[in-house]
Design a protein around this ligand. Sequence first.
Ligand code: ADP
Ligand code: MG
Length: 696
Amino acid sequence: MAELTDRFGTMVFSEDVMKRVLPKDVCRRLFATIEEGEPLDLDVANAVAHAMKTWAIEHGATHYAHWFQPLSGITSEKHDSFLEPVGDGTAITKFTGKALIQGEPDASSFPNGGLRATFEARGYTAWDPTSPAFIKDDVLCIPTAFCGYNGEALDKKTPLLRSMKVLDTQAKRVLALFGKHPKRVVPTVGCEQEYFLIKKDAYRRRRDLVICGRTLFGAPPCKGQELEEHYFGAIRPSVSKYMKALDDELWALGIPSKTKHNEVAPCQHELAPVFSEMNQAIDNNMLIMEKMKLVASRFDLTCLLHEKPFEGINGSGKHDNWSLSTADENLLDPGDTPLENLQFVVFLTAVIEAVDKYQELLRMSVASCGNDHRLGANEAPPAIVSIFLGDQLTEVVQKIMDGKASVHATHGVLDLGADVLPNLEQDNTDRNRTSPFAFTGNKFEFRAVGSEANPSDSNLVLDTAVAEALMEFADALETVPAEQFEEAALEYCKQHLNEHRRILFSGDGYSDEWKAEAERRGLANLHTTADALPEMVSKKAIALWERMGVLTETEAFSRYEVKLEKYNKLMNIEATTMIREARRTYRPQITAYATKVARGLDVFRGVGIDSTMQSEQDTLNTLCDGITKINVAIKELDELHQKAEAIMDAQEQANCYAHEVNPAMETLRAAVDAMEEIVAADYWPVPTYDDILFYV
Ligand code: ADP
Ligand code: MG
């Protein structure tokens, strides 16, 4: 096997490859585009396309594809062969700069939230040179943005790139006040990805898993996660083989998969790559999810990315680690030189302000049909957004808010009275796992993101909100004479931290006391997707999107509509599956078993054994009772489902699904699950949680 380092990036048209295969001048001009956003001209594109094609074919590629992220949340690709017939029965290979820069997929089937009528079917994809091309399954994949003809964003990437740009601009204004002029400020992201891995055979026999990605039925297993034996436990051989193969595929794609371990729940695992620039980190996360699923099938396993595949067992999230960096420094690293502390405090204040001001929007960004079952379920961050800073940083912030910090008169240095900051990096011990948004040493970790989500949505909100906070800081401080800057900056932070202090919370985010306390503080608690989605287009949100130039009002509304539609469709699928499964799979088997018991009862009666007769009679009564409950619950769910489907307004429909259909689904589930515990094992029609979750 090749050296470990040689297994990395073999399928990526990386900076290293470009330097080797591109003419010097082309390379320089391409890097100017990548690093400084210079427009790319066709000559350069032609040269790059030619080199890319040659390299790709050498590496086994036969096709190319613009690889993009439509609003459906997954990735899309249409493959075109490099071959071009020349008319004499032979063919040449061809890939032009134009084909590299722009594609024109027939986009009518992608969700657009009313942005384009289907007769204006064409959108176009535009090369994003800041994320490298790669070869996947013999196809050269070119990361692209996807827009309508008037430039309206139809994907997740376009606004994300816009948000990165405004964040760069505003962060640089702030740094200029500190006398620093970096070329670029980029948000960095590291996504810890949780997932379940189960046997394919068990998966195939559960229609709810196949169709909905989660179990709609299932009594709790005899053993769950209470023994805490899975977290960081030895990885079972079948899973280990899978993880090795997965790592290898990811490394080949230049994805720095780093950490892998067993998670809390049985069959649950985590993969974390080394962080990178946001745009690339998100592209990588999409590939990680795709590869997780594909590689599993080679090992007779199925990877479940749903946020809550099993009730009563921890669900899966995607911790979105977020920070801001220049080429020289991480702006959220408190560092150990006091001179930098004020700068750190300014950026910290901006994040706190952004998260408090746009807490509803952040909550909205993680809302999905699947995540509704996870958030607030006493194992995942609550639906209430709050920030955990850790003891030492809380002390720093407290001092600033109380006016106890000052700027050192002679050095312009932040003086906190005691040197609390330098040890912060070691401060990993008092992590609060119940917080949705936690400071972890030199970055923030947004933990409410769902495992299946495209993390663009949350990062879009974070970037844009922080950019606005930084902009307001720069607006206020740029007019202050240089010699008064530090004092004025500290005063600004003091005021703004005080204004937004309600978002800071160090206690147990799972507790009921916190819910009450959060309500007293006026923090939002949006329970379901239906409640959270309107925040995408609230007055405050639209003002933010437009002010920062990240989304137009129309684009914001289109995204809201797409999310609503997706939620409603998924709920419709779940309700349909549930009714059908209850009627056709569970009820007949429960009835069959009841019939068997009834027959047995006759036999016992014949031989006159009273005690057995009584216990069989009790069982039969419970079964008949259960069948009645199931019938009633099916009927009720069916009616509410039909009611929901008849509602024309998408928001009202979502409300009905969230607040009426969903509870009816829970009732039906409970009725069926109760029967699972008494029906004979060989009568039960599907693998149970015990069967699925514990395998070797
Ligand atoms: P834990 O599970 O203890 O939170 P992990 O090591 O599993 O930590 O994951 C932490 C993630 O945070 C990794 O993906 C890591 O690369 C990422 N990370 C570290 N520093 C930064 C940073 N400055 N910006 C963004 N992400 C970061
Ligand atoms: Mg983490």
